[in-house]
Ligand binder design. Structure first.
Ligand code: PGA
Ligand code: ZN
Length: 412
């Protein structure tokens, strides 16, 4: 009514969880190898537009409930979570514009949170589904927790990234090619060698491992888990192709605990598979006081699964990927549930990102404390970092969540 407008682009993932909301693709192999989204776009222009017309974009919860009811399926398969989320986020943008507020402030209002700039978790080395599977584990990330600002965090990250590149060039003749999220993807002899390179790169950049720059790992274990034929998930095995080894859950937990002892790792994501509920509590018992035990595929940003995780003490942290659930309100509900349980939270991009930077506003406005958007290469990543920098410079009153992982650091 007042001419305010909003638009949004939504991402897509490569290493998706089985329980994510349904992303609707056309499936016509002659066009974009089946990945076209004409049907999803038609749903936005047709039924979604018809339903939303006349509604108040300031009522995000009402609006999102209307979208969920309109779709009518538990996994948003009819209209497509991609169609619903694009509409949901476009409405939030329009509402912010109508309120004459920057998006992060409007999102803080919706979340009922104090905004703060997130501590970034930044992809340094890539493997798994993001890099052709040259190593088994998916992301080896750095957390510049010694930085006092986003700006300084990015400077430190740049120093470590290029130190890693120099080192890989010298030792392995590595050419600077990057993976899905902009990480370097060397073909190393073992999964552990990736961690050694991370630490060596931090030191070569003149920074202190742990105090200045800690490590995080996204194991993405779902993607090398082979369910047992009869026994279900509990009888499954984790198959490490690079090592020609098959581990049971206990052995994988053992390995991760040993790594935590040896390397400055403060966060482990998807250390076990999305269905391995039987063993997540053991992972958390073993690591939960000295490491963020983070669920991505396990929780898929859905309150039912997070609620189970809280009850079973399966983790102590949640990854928030809005398109895993399909509306903004549901993602904020998921975040709130985790925070009320005392869990930490990481607002995350997908491997298939767009140039849209709303995620930086979401991470800041929701006060989640951490953000994960990939490396410092590829502009769909940098769009988010640039937005964080703009927020930091434009809003000097915003605190920076630098101490978010401090609780996992214990005196030796
Ligand atoms: P994605 O996964 O490829 O599904 O976006 C990224 C992640 O595992 O965090
Ligand atoms: Zn993940």
């Amino acid at each position: 009514a007042d001419g305010s407008q909003g638009r949004a682009a939504v991402p897509s993932g490569a290493s998706t969880g089985a329980f994510e909301a349904h992303e609707l693709r056309d499936g016509d192999p002659r066009r974009y190898r089946g990945k076209g989204v004409r049907r999803a776009v038609e749903h936005v222009r047709g039924p979604i537009a018809a339903r939303l017309t006349g509604m108040d974009p300031g009522e995000q919860g009402v609006l999102d409930r209307a979208l969920i009811e309109l779709d009518g399926t538990p996994d948003k398969a009819r209209l497509g979570a991609n169609a619903l989320l694009a509409a949901s986020l476009a409405c939030a943008h329009a509402a912010a514009a109508a309120e004459r507020q920057p998006l992060f402030r409007w999102l803080a209002h919706l979340a009922g949170s104090e905004p703060r700039l997130p501590l970034p978790m930044i992809n340094l080395l890539s493997g798994g589904k993001h890099a052709g599977g040259q190593v088994d584990f998916q992301d080896f990330l750095i957390v510049p927790r010694g930085a006092e600002s986003v700006s300084r965090a990015l400077e430190m990250t740049h120093a470590v990234y290029f130190a890693a590149l120099d080192l890989l060039r010298e030792r392995h003749g590595y050419q600077p090619l990057v993976a899905d999220e902009g990480g370097l993807a060397p073909r190393l002899a073992s999964n552990e060698a990736m961690l050694e390179v991370c630490v060596a790169a931090i030191e070569r950049a003149g920074l202190r491992p742990l105090d200045d720059v800690a490590l995080a790992v996204d194991v993405a274990a779902t993607h090398f888990f082979r369910a047992g034929a009869e026994a279900g998930a509990t009888g499954g095995r984790y198959r490490l192709a690079l090592e020609g080894a098959e581990l049971d859950a206990a052995a994988l937990v053992e390995r991760l605990a040993a790594w935590r002892g040896k390397y400055p790792i403060l966060s482990i994501e998807d250390g076990l598979a999305e269905d391995d509920w039987a063993h997540w509590p053991e992972l958390t018992r073993r690591l939960g006081t000295r490491c963020q035990v983070l669920g991505d595929d396990l929780f898929v940003t859905q309150t039912a699964r997070i609620g189970r995780g809280i009850r079973e003490r399966a983790a102590n942290s949640v990854l928030i990927k809005v398109n895993q659930v399909g509306t903004l309100s549901e993602a904020l509900d998921a975040l709130r549930l985790a925070q009320e349980a005392g869990w930490s939270a990481v607002v995350s991009a997908r491997s298939g990102e767009t140039e849209d930077a709303w995620l930086a506003d979401l991470a800041t406005g929701s006060g989640a404390g951490q953000i994960k958007v990939g490396s410092i290469a590829r502009s769909e990543r940098l769009a988010k970092y640039n937005r964080l920098l703009a927020l930091e410079h434009g809003h000097p009153e915003l605190p920076f969540a630098r101490s978010e992982l401090d609780r996992f650091v214990r005196p030796a």
